[in-house]
Design a protein around this ligand. Structure first.
Ligand code: ADP
Ligand code: MG
Length: 477
């Protein structure tokens, strides 16, 4: 046996002590050293997954073990051997391995349910209707209805290219940019077009993806979940920034991604910021995103805003003078959704009162230059949203009931009011039916602490926050 093989065997020995046999067989067994000099050893691995896994999980173990024997080698380089048979096998193995990990996760969730005694509330969390493929698509979100200007032409071109030749050139396609700038419109345009071509598509927002995943884990339906997500020609995950920090979800996105990618299926993501700026996104996923096409949508310039308004008027069969359109486009600059909101407000006013639209009326309707479509979050919206999420009544939260399925949502509401609105503890106590400030403080502390280890709780809070700030959600309007 040569020296490099001896070194690598010792590494394998160390790793074997640390992981289960199936894991070892999946990841490690088919690796071997190709070369070694004083400073570097080069290892051949069967797939990029193995490389990532070794780098991410075992970097230290491997380096320590090598140093012990050679004293000099400081670097390990992995070379992925391109063997299609092998790599499809290793994708299978990834899935199997994932099953084990998810099983472990499921057990830990069940465990935390038992200890928190909150099974009622937590079960209810996941009874929301699931997205089925195309049900979330708006048929007005088409390429024909999308106005192209310099702020979005690259994103538009990439989206069109993906719609014409899915799974080929721009995979994954990652579109990012601020709120209301047309990301969802563009990706749904891709979906709408491909649906027409009888492609199998799945469009989900990341909170739907998360709750679907949790639901499937809890009910032992992971096979079903995987089948649904992996049998598609096009998978779109909208607002992927919300999966930052959620390890199990990222892991599943990663696996789904790899599986689809390996079969030349198209994947599209949107986010409010580029992958590099999603703080808690793990590096593997980041590098997957960065391996594709990343484009942004920016704030549209005046001409584009005018063109958008004209196009919306045509869609709504409403005639507005150019003069008026210019006034609106001058006043609202940074968000197409607000632009459309302003137009809707003007149309509604005109139709209701049968008045003529004047620049003065427009000015009055767009007070201070802004139509706030961002939802205003206050104590009431938080209470309503939490109550809705847990399928209880707002009055329950205000009550003195100590039942777990009410007490826990109440604590979550207290926590959110503190975090989102920065109210004082006595204030919060007051607005929750006269609770003592120490009760509120205790709730806040408890949720804050539990969030670190209770994955289900974290998901609940993410979903509630999403609902809170999602203006299309009618909870409190
Ligand atoms: P985002 O997902 O970036 O927050 P959306 O795609 O939901 O934004 O866009 C908000 C609204 O603005 C939608 O009604 C969409 O149709 C409209 N919109 C945005 N950009 C354009 C555009 N370039 N042309 C036509 N409509 C647009
Ligand atoms: Mg969107």
């Amino acid at each position: 046996m040569d020296e490099k093989q001896r070194v690598w065997n010792s590494v394998l020995g160390e790793i074997e002590l640390n992981i289960s046999k199936p894991q070892f067989n999946t990841w490690i067994k088919n690796t071997y050293p190709i070369s070694m000099d004083e400073s570097e050893i080069v290892i051949c691995v069967p797939s990029a997954f193995t490389r990532d896994w070794l780098e991410n999980k075992f970097n230290l173990t491997i380096l320590n073990s090598i140093q012990k024997i050679t004293g000099s080698v400081k670097k390990v380089r992995y070379v992925v051997q391109n063997n299609p048979k092998q790599s499809s096998k290793s994708i299978k193995s990834v899935i199997n391995l994932k099953d084990q990990e998810l099983q472990a996760q499921k057990e830990s969730i069940t465990e935390s349910n038992n200890t928190s005694n909150n099974s009622q509330a937590e079960t209810n969390t996941f009874t929301r209707p699931k997205s089925t493929g195309t049900s979330l698509l708006k048929d007005t979100y088409t390429f024909e209805n999308f106005i192209v200007g310099s702020s979005n032409e690259l994103a538009h071109a990439a989206a069109q290219s993906v719609a014409n030749e899915p799974g080929t050139r721009y995979n994954p396609l990652f579109i990012y940019g601020g709120v209301g700038l047309g990301k969802t419109h563009l990706i749904q345009a891709i979906a709408n077009k491909l649906v027409k071509n009888n492609k199998n598509i799945l469009y989900v927002t990341s909170d739907v993806f998360i709750s679907d995943l949790m639901n499937s884990l809890k009910n032992g339906k992971m096979e079903d979940f995987k089948a649904r997500h992996r049998a598609v020609d096009l998978l779109i995950i909208d607002d992927i920034q919300f999966i930052g920090g959620k390890e199990a979800t990222q892991y599943e996105v990663f696996n789904t991604f790899n599986e689809l990618y390996a079969h030349n299926k198209q994947i599209v993501f949107t986010s409010d910021r580029p992958p590099s700026a999603i703080k808690t996104l793990n590096d593997r996923l980041k590098s997957r995103f960065e391996g594709g096409m990343i484009v942004d949508v920016a704030i549209p310039e005046f001409e584009t805003r005018v063109a958008i308004l004209k196009s919306k008027c045509i869609q709504k069969h409403f005639n507005l003078d150019d003069e008026i359109i210019y006034v609106i486009a001058e006043r609202i600059k940074s968000n197409v959704r607000e632009l459309e909101g302003a137009l809707n407000k003007i149309i509604a006013r005109v139709q209701l009162l049968n008045t003529k639209v004047t620049p003065e009326l427009v000015d009055k309707l767009i007070e201070g230059g802004q139509i706030h479509s961002q939802r205003i979050v206050n104590t009431d919206t938080i209470l309503n949203t939490v109550a809705e999420h847990f399928h209880i009544k707002k009055e329950d939260i205000l009550s003195k009931s100590r039942k777990k399925d009410i007490a826990v949502p109440r604590q979550i509401a207290m926590y959110l009011i503190r975090e989102e609105l920065k109210l004082t503890f006595p204030n919060i106590g007051e607005s929750l039916g006269g609770k003592d400030h120490s009760t509120v403080m205790h709730a806040w502390n408890k949720i804050k602490k539990d969030l670190v280890s209770n994955y289900t709780l974290e998901q609940d809070i993410t979903i509630i926050k999403n609902k809170l700030y999602n203006e299309e959600n009618p909870v409190n309007s």
